[in-house]
Design a protein around this ligand. Structure first.
Ligand code: PAF
Length: 279
């Protein structure tokens, strides 16, 4: 496995290859990322993972400075699952000057839910992802469903900008108790880690309510928020949305997703669950 730190070296390493599958990450890898690499490997071409903590997608009060940088361990994990190349640029390599040319994704998709609570987040994500796409020139790019809205925003960008890239979605990897794996789970204390599973449980409770015939989305959302608050969480949102565009469901919509973001102590967790309304 080759580890490249500059755009020129990565381009040289990839020269003459075709069919690259790309997995962008911010490092501090866990089993969920490794599952994405395994999915990327199924496409047959070389697999490139990037590790870059992207300042552009963090607000000033967020955890950019403290986000764990664990390159040595990450590379060992990537090697163990057969990743071929790691692109780990410095900030100066990717942003030698302040990045003034940025991507503004569709506000209808990017300014709701996460975008409402993290203004500018998807501008930062799309800007770095487009830049990485232009560097790696992959045939396939793999993103996790854990970041459901991110996956949709990227798919939309790829479609609208006619990028010749197939976006592949990987399922959310979960711990035995159901907590979605996330690099930020490492911030949780032991007690918080035990409590954290409640977020996934609330999404499953919404699924059970749908199966029992309830269609009063707003009440279901409010009840989940209320239960989380009573357990000590600070929820940003619990939302039942259409899978196709993340808008509020109408009476005929069957393919839904429940999404949630909430703070436990100082750690902000997100999760989602795809749901199908029984006919
Ligand atoms: O999902 C992530 O880890 C990041 O948002 C991404 C896609 C690597 C862009 O920095």
């Amino acid at each position: 496995m080759r580890i490249l730190h500059t755009i020129a070296d990565l381009r040289q390493a990839l020269a003459g290859t075709t069919g690259t599958a790309f997995v962008p990450t911010m490092g501090n890898l866990h089993e969920g990322h490794l599952a994405l690499i395994k999915l990327a490997k199924e496409h047959g071409g070389p697999v490139v993972a990037s590790i870059f903590v992207n300042r552009l997608q963090f607000a000033p009060h967020e955890d950019f400075d403290t986000y764990p940088r664990t390159l040595g361990r990450d590379c060992e994990l990537l090697r163990s699952v057969g990743c071929n190349m790691v692109f780990a640029p410095s900030e100066n390599e990717l942003y030698p000057q302040p990045q003034t040319c940025t991507v503004r994704p569709d506000p209808a998709l990017a300014d709701i839910l996460e975008g409402r609570f993290r203004p500018g987040f998807f501008n930062g994500v799309c800007t770095v992802v487009l830049k990485l796409f232009n560097i790696v020139e992959p045939k396939v790019a793999v993103f996790g469903k854990k970041d459901y809205q991110q996956l949709m925003v990227i798919r939309h960008m790829v479609r609208e900008l006619a990028l010749p890239i197939e976006v592949v979605a990987g399922e959310t990897a979960r711990a035995d108790d159901g907590l979605a794996l996330s690099s930020r789970n490492g911030y949780l204390s032991e007690a918080e880690r035990a409590e954290a599973v409640a977020l996934a449980q609330e999404l499953r409770a919404i699924g059970a309510a749908l199966r029992a015939g309830r269609r009063d989305w707003a009440a279901l959302e409010a009840e989940a928020v209320d239960r989380l608050v009573r357990r000590g969480w600070k929820p940003d949102y619990v939302a039942v949305r259409r899978r196709v565009d993340l808008l509020e469901p109408g009476a005929d919509d069957r393919e839904l997703v429940a999404l949630a973001a909430a703070r436990l102590g100082t750690t902000r967790l997100i999760d989602n669950l795809e749901l199908s309304v029984p006919a």
